[in-house]
Ligand binder design. Structure first.
Ligand SMILES: CC(C)(COP(=O)(O)OP(=O)(O)OC[C@H]1O[C@@H](n2cnc3c(N)ncnc32)[C@H](O)[C@@H]1OP(=O)(O)O)[C@@H](O)C(=O)NCCC(=O)NCCS
Length: 165
């Protein structure tokens, strides 16, 4: 569990190892086609898989992030914020924290696929300097539609990467 003072919402914490049930419950609130508890149980067995549950202790869970990290790349699989807690900077906060972690793990790029009609997510990733690098037709169902691929190359300090000794 990590606590933050720089989050736009006070007292937020990230639970790094939520149960499959906890993360599924947040997924269910955020997505029209949720992953079920068994999906998460299976994913959580994979060493490359991570899921974060964003919580306000004694209040409620407010968001989630699931990703797969296979250096030098990290794929964002799910990013969701509780409908009652949107537009307060929480998604941006989670992505900022992800970048910090990714840099410390020597990840060079973050990427994801997003529904082409998902204006809020497209705006979010564009704001955070993710670049559209491609598209896939008829990729999603419920609602059906194409996917946009977004990628962000991370800037590393040379000494952190071991390029300067
Ligand atoms: C997309 C989502 C994660 C955004 O979460 P959020 O916490 O509300 O986003 P933030 O408050 O951090 O917003 C950051 C930026 O995202 C964009 N954004 C977020 N919500 C938006 C909306 N409703 N319309 C347009 N842009 C939006 C804006 O660029 C915003 O920056 P701004 O506040 O300066 O305008 C949230 O709407 C969600 O959970 N949606 C359902 C699940 C989903 O679609 N996930 C993404 C799949 S990859």
């Amino acid at each position: 569990m990590i606590a933050y003072s720089d989050c736009p919402v006070r007292d937020v914490q990230i639970s790094l190892q939520p149960s499959a049930k906890e993360i599924m419950e947040m997924d269910f609130l955020c997505f029209t086609l949720p992953w079920n508890e068994q999906d998460y149980r299976e994913m959580q067995k994979q060493p490359s898989f991570n899921n974060w549950l964003l919580e306000i202790p004694d209040v409620c869970a407010v968001g989630m992030l699931a990703f797969q990290s296979v250096p030098p790349e990290l794929e964002i699989l799910r990013l969701g914020v509780h409908p009652d807690w949107r537009k307060r900077g929480l998604a941006e906060f989670m992505l900022e924290q992800l970048e910090i972690l990714a840099k410390s793990d020597r990840i060079e790029s973050l990427w994801l696929e997003v529904h082409a009609a998902n204006k809020s997510a497209v705006s979010l990733y564009s704001k955070l300097a993710y670049k559209e690098t491609g598209s896939r037709k008829n990729y999603f169902r419920n609602p059906s539609g194409g996917a946009l691929l977004f990628k962000k190359l991370l800037k590393h300090d040379a000494w952190l990467m071991g390029w300067i000794y």
